[in-house]
Design a protein around this ligand. Structure first.
Ligand SMILES: Cc1cc2nc3c(=O)[nH]c(=O)nc-3n(C[C@H](O)[C@H](O)[C@H](O)COP(=O)(O)OP(=O)(O)OC[C@H]3O[C@@H](n4cnc5c(N)ncnc54)[C@H](O)[C@@H]3O)c2cc1C
Length: 379
């Protein structure tokens, strides 16, 4: 029976180990990775809010016993050899018949972070969230860089926690590539009502540290200062080990619909993978990838397909669901403002509903509209 070695013990790695074990009670599985415990990234924003929700963590060694797998936490891989599916780590070498890379992604930091030692954070790991929580108790003025999903979620959460929040965004509005103008305006209005301040079309021109505070000069001529800067400018897939090992990498580690990389018996999934040219760094996508790859690894002839996966944002002052139209599709947005929300439909040139943004009470429509839009994610 072929053994499986999974490298990376984040959401994708852990979920894959569980799923393989569900399908096959006896297959030898090793799961190794840098993390000491399991956690869920989608809880991070809430954990920083007024509810101070405790992050749920998972004891990996106990999970290993329960699943009867060889669990190796706190273990960092230094290199991969694809010829024999082996991984060289600070705990020695591990080898199996099949190797799965579940190496995730890392946060980007703005280039000015180096000018502000100790004053710039990015929220990506449970340990960072716990430290930030303690720090937030003693600070008042916060600057968030980036008005994408995490930036908007965090702005709402921290404003509700009584902080003065200023958001700096290089585009003309929040979630710029995902929403039409009316939806962006509506979201900004709701967040401004909570006290959030925005600077759009602005970047940081220079940064300095004055005592314990950050001072940013913006390209729009304004100055902002704060006790802490939180970077929400996105993540990049962790691909270095894979490219050093000779695997094909573009944005992510390139895999096909069986999650197979360019080397035999080596697979990749989660945030580190680019599947048939599509990079989807979302838990929702991982759920489907895990299901397909566990079947492939246990001998089934399966190909991955994604259903439509509208993105649900955790912005309590403005609940939002977005189904993005296929990139490059021509058409136009039609927006209906209602008393407590907004309903924007993207209508293609052929007259077909091809995407939507729902806000406020209109989010209740999402399950019905979801069935009407074409599934461009189908690979
Ligand atoms: C703040 C935040 C909020 C989010 N909210 C949502 C949401 O609401 N909905 C949604 O669908 N998605 C959300 N996401 C995205 C989702 O969390 C990710 O898609 C998912 O966690 C990726 O899982 P992964 O296992 O691929 O990567 P990761 O969770 O990054 O795991 C990668 C693992 O590999 C390990 N690793 C890396 N390099 C090495 C090495 N050299 N040696 C050993 N181990 C290594 C890491 O330690 C880590 O354990 C959010 C992400 C963030 C940051």
């Amino acid at each position: 029976m072929e053994s499986v070695l999974i490298l990376g013990n984040g959401q994708a790695g852990i979920a894959l180990a569980r799923e393989i074990r569900k399908l096959d009670p006896r297959r030898p599985i090793t799961l190794l990775g840098r993390d000491a415990y399991g956690f869920n990234r989608s809880e991070f924003v809430q954990a920083l809010g007024p509810s101070q929700k405790t992050l749920s963590t998972e004891d990996l060694l106990a999970l290993g016993e329960q699943l009867r797998i060889d669990m190796v936490p706190n273990c960092t891989a230094q290199s991969i050899r694809v010829a024999d599916c082996s991984v060289q780590t600070d705990h020695g070498e591990y080898q199996a018949d099949k190797l799965v890379l579940a190496l995730g992604s890392s946060p980007m930091l703005p280039s000015f972070a180096r000018d502000l030692p100790g004053l710039v954070a990015a929220v990506t790991h449970a340990s960072v969230v716990n430290k930030l929580r303690a720090r937030l108790a003693s600070v008042k003025d916060l600057i968030i860089i980036g008005a994408g999903q995490s930036g908007c979620e965090l702005a709402n959460t921290l404003a509700d926690a009584g902080k003065n929040v200023t958001v700096i965004e290089q585009h003309a509005g929040p979630l710029f590539e995902l929403m039409p103008l009316d939806a962006r305006r509506y979201l900004v209005e709701q967040l401004e009502e909570r006290g959030v301040k925005f600077h759009f079309n602005a970047r940081c021109a220079s940064a300095s540290k004055e005592g314990h505070r950050a001072q940013l000069a913006l390209t729009n001529g304004k100055h902002v200062e704060g006790d802490l800067v939180i970077a929400c400018i996105g993540v990049v897939p962790n691909t270095k080990l894979a490219s050093d090992a000779g695997l094909k990498v573009r944005k992510g580690i390139m895999v096909d619909r069986k999650l197979a990389t360019s080397a035999p018996d080596v697979y990749a999934l989660g945030d580190c993978a680019e599947i048939n040219g599509v990079w989807l760094p979302y838990s929702q996508a991982i759920h489907h990838e895990v299901s397909a790859l566990a079947r492939v690894l246990t001998g089934q002839n399966v190909q991955l397909n994604f259903p439509p996966m509208p993105l649900k944002l955790n912005i309590p002052c403005c609940p939002t669901v977005i189904a993005q139209p296929r990139p490059g599709l021509t058409g136009q947005w039609e927006t209906l403002m209602v008393e407590h929300g907004l309903n924007a439909s993207f209508i293609s040139e052929r007259g077909q509903l091809s995407g939507f943004v729902l806000m406020g009470e209109e989010t209740a429509e999402a399950p019905f509209l979801q069935d009407e839009i074409p599934n461009w994610m189908n690979l």
